[in-house]
Design a protein around this ligand. Sequence first.
Ligand code: PMP
Length: 352
Amino acid sequence: MSKFFSERFSSLTPYIPGEQPRERKYIKLNTNESPFPPSTAVIEAIANEAEFLNLYSDPTLKELREALAATYGVEPGNVIATNGSDEALNFITMAYADKGFAFPDITYGFYPVFCTLNRVNYREIPLKEDFSVDIEAFVNAPENVIIANPNAPTGINLPLTEIERIVSANPERVAVIDEAYVDFGGESAVKLIEKYPNLIVVGTFSKSRSLAGGRLGFAIAAKELISDLDAIRFSTNPYNVNRLTLKAGAAALADAEYYKNNAAVIAANREYTAEKLKYMGFEVLPSKANFLFIRSDKIAGGELYRRLKERGVLVRHFTKPRIADYNRVTIGSKAEMEAFLTETEEILNEIR
Ligand code: PMP
């Protein structure tokens, strides 16, 4: 760190993204990407837009806002699009800084980083022993709250009735529901935004819509909240979503059937993989996401991660003490899951 770096960032521990290795081809089950490419219509939309890259993208996000609104049954004024949902989350921590934020101790690792970056207080509420969210603690929290639903890296999903309890408990704070993984078996809280002016639902195109590299996220909320986020957006980067991605996003929404089918295949591969892992003696948390969180008495989390990597399979291991025994395994194609299962079985046989 240079001597010029601001004192205010001295306590910042940056988020560590999952590995994106270039030196060798891995079966990549470590960053919850989709194994499926974007649809043909999306690829064509990007190609057709390329010749206009000399011009700035639309700062009003009009076309994509309208497409998102139609998809989710809201009005364009209820929607904002962002550079990945990470940007929506960053804007939210900036916009609602005063009350601070509460979120689970085991959840998406970027929440505390955004809070620290923006000098916002935060409190981590421990998940219960079984890794489920402590609903009562969130109902009673005075802070703004962020809940990933399904949660990451556990995959555990809360029913909408529980989400509603948290949102409705305190109208004086915002409740952010991060639905990055909702399309793999969860139920969206978007239908509640009309009823709750303090609810913000955050979504992404990175998982079920195969656009992680395009960087596209969104938030859906009451119009007043969206105006707050637009004020932050126009004060940060009015061209936050690039031209190619704006077109890709709209084309992906128009191709809903393709993505719905892919999500169903991933959910089926998840159930298949979970069964096989349980048969091998793994503890597998009940997941509604495109990943499984798994643990075995036979091998430590870090050891399994390393041995799989040697064999060309990347999974995600977190060093946080409470979850260091676990690995998070993204659900890929059936062939990728078969390869993962075969390698895992061989590793277990080796150490026996
Ligand atoms: N929320 C959760 C819970 C996530 O796991 C992720 C992806 N790592 C994100 C948000 C951010 O995704 P993106 O910025 O690609 O939309």
